[in-house]
Ligand binder design. Structure first.
Ligand SMILES: NC(=O)c1ccc[n+]([C@@H]2O[C@H](COP(=O)([O-])OP(=O)(O)OC[C@H]3O[C@@H](n4cnc5c(N)ncnc54)[C@H](OP(=O)(O)O)[C@@H]3O)[C@@H](O)[C@H]2O)c1
Length: 163
């Protein structure tokens, strides 16, 4: 089971200058709740953006094309295929970014867990690939939330499965 998890703005933006654009408390909590106890797969740049390194209580997998590198608390592979080859059939693998890895994993994923932030940021340099117009994804859950003191923008949790 491969699930893509992402927080994305209305224009598809997901990052700027190596960091996230939004830090919504509810999104971070949902990310933790969904991924804890499972496997997280990420690109080398996303790993390097994590403030405390490998995410606790999860199997962390990092993708890089560099040979002979290691990152504390992670397994390192040189392709998505190689990484998935080291996962078992009943393991839930969350693809947690960034843009390069999302683009390559979209065709392999069974599920999308999207936090759609109802905003268009002034600055962005990384974007989630278009998924809405492919006709491949069926929306099975949608949960709208208004902004509050911990979540400055309105947002909707969306779950899609491959159809
Ligand atoms: N909004 C969100 O939910 C979210 C989530 C995650 C990340 N982000 C943001 O996205 C941005 C980072 O995304 P990004 O696209 O620049 O980088 P990325 O996808 O995190 O990492 C790219 C790196 O992954 C490695 N890589 C890519 N494809 C590979 C493959 N097929 N096999 C092996 N290694 C591969 C390469 O590492 P080497 O160069 O070492 O070879 C490449 O430079 C940041 O701004 C981050 O904050 C946002």
């Amino acid at each position: 089971m491969i699930s893509i998890i992402v927080a994305v703005a209305e224009n598809g933006a997901i990052g700027y200058q190596g960091d996230l654009i939004y830090h919504l408390s509810a999104d971070l909590k949902r990310f933790k709740a969904l991924t804890t106890g499972h496997t997280v797969l990420m690109g080398r740049k996303t790993f390097e953006s994590l403030p405390k390194g490998a995410l606790p209580n999860r199997r962390n997998i990092v993708l890089t094309r560099q040979q002979g590198v290691s990152f504390p608390g992670t397994e390192v592979y040189s392709s998505i295929t190689e990484a998935l080859g080291h996962c078992t059939a009943n393991e839930k693998v969350f693809v947690i970014g960034g843009a390069q890895i999302y683009a390559q994993a979209l065709e392999l994923a069974d599920e999308l867990e999207i936090t759609l932030v109802h905003d268009t940021p002034a600055h962005a340099d990384t974007f989630f690939p278009d998924y809405k117009n492919s006709g491949r994804w069926k929306l099975i859950n949608s949960e709208e939330h208004q902004p509050d003191e911990k979540n400055p923008k309105p947002y909707t949790f969306l779950t899609y499965i491959r159809q």
